[in-house]
Ligand binder design. Structure first.
Ligand SMILES: CCCCCCCCCCCCC/C=C/C(=O)SCCNC(=O)CCNC(=O)[C@H](O)C(C)(C)COP(=O)(O)OP(=O)(O)OC[C@H]1O[C@@H](n2cnc3c(N)ncnc32)[C@H](O)[C@@H]1OP(=O)(O)O
Length: 203
């Protein structure tokens, strides 16, 4: 685990000043990761040890349960703040997690929540002191593993298959949408400025 960061989201440099075939491949890989994690038969618990913006939030939401460290960390889908938009399957995953109305506000505002706020709206299920996040996740895992596996798996599939099938049937179209969107000059400019601002913040 990297201290303070669960995931900084997608590596923007993978779709900044890249060739279309490179961004296509990047997006296809992300679809694969999501479909495998969201559709996993295993019990998946995210131990969110720190910041979890955008793609990081998506990965966490793809799990069955989320434990987040307390502290000055944030989680959410902040795409609009970067001048980009969350694709339909990010949106659907968030709707399935926190409901339609909260998702609508959250996405338009590019909202990043504190751990306490995230727990209040159900974006995370539990908050724990940073040095106990894994311990809390393990304790929760024990509960989930006591459920008869076949029943849990079938239930999970019933809940998740609609989104899985929807994305699986639209993968090509979704890749096309991503690449044509991020390759626009205006979007490339926004991404460049955002990357610069991240570096400036650091120095
Ligand atoms: C008709 C309809 C059509 C629909 C079409 C749909 C199209 C789809 C559009 C596109 C969808 C894209 C979805 C995108 C999802 C994403 O995940 S985008 C990434 C979002 N991530 C962020 O905004 C987080 C950015 N990072 C931070 O805020 C901070 O780094 C941090 C996580 C809070 C940690 O802070 P700190 O510890 O201070 O680390 P830093 O020192 O700031 O960072 C270290 C270096 O890393 C660089 N960096 C950080 N994050 C990223 C990143 N995500 N990508 C690339 N690079 C990143 C940062 O610049 C530092 O770099 P160096 O200076 O070189 O070390």
């Amino acid at each position: 685990m990297v201290p303070n960061i669960f995931s900084a989201g997608l590596d923007i440099t993978e779709f900044y000043q890249k060739k279309p075939e490179e961004t296509d491949a990047f997006w296809r890989t992300l679809q694969d990761v999501f479909l495998r994690l969201y559709g996993s038969k295993l019990v998946t618990i995210a131990a969110i040890s720190g910041h979890s913006p955008a793609g990081g939030c998506l990965l966490a939401m793809a799990c069955d349960y989320r434990v987040m460290a307390t502290g000055k960390y944030t989680i959410g889908l902040n795409e609009t703040l970067l001048g980009i938009i969350a694709p339909f399957w990010f949106i659907e995953t968030m709707k399935n997690t926190i409901g339609h109305r909260e998702t609508e506000k959250s996405l338009q505002l590019g909202k990043l929540y504190s751990p306490e706020q995230a727990e209040n709206i159900g974006l995370v299920d539990q908050i724990c002191p940073p040095d106990d996040v894994l311990g809390c996740a393990r304790k929760e895992m024990v509960k989930w593993l006591k459920i008869p596996d076949h029943a849990r798996i079938l239930t999970k599939q019933l809940m998740r298959n609609e989104l899985i099938n929807n994305l699986s049937s639209k993968r090509k179209e979704d890749i096309y949408n991503f690449t044509s969107f991020v390759q626009k000059d205006s979007i490339q400019r926004s991404l460049g400025l955002y990357l610069e601002s991240l570096k400036k913040k650091k120095s």
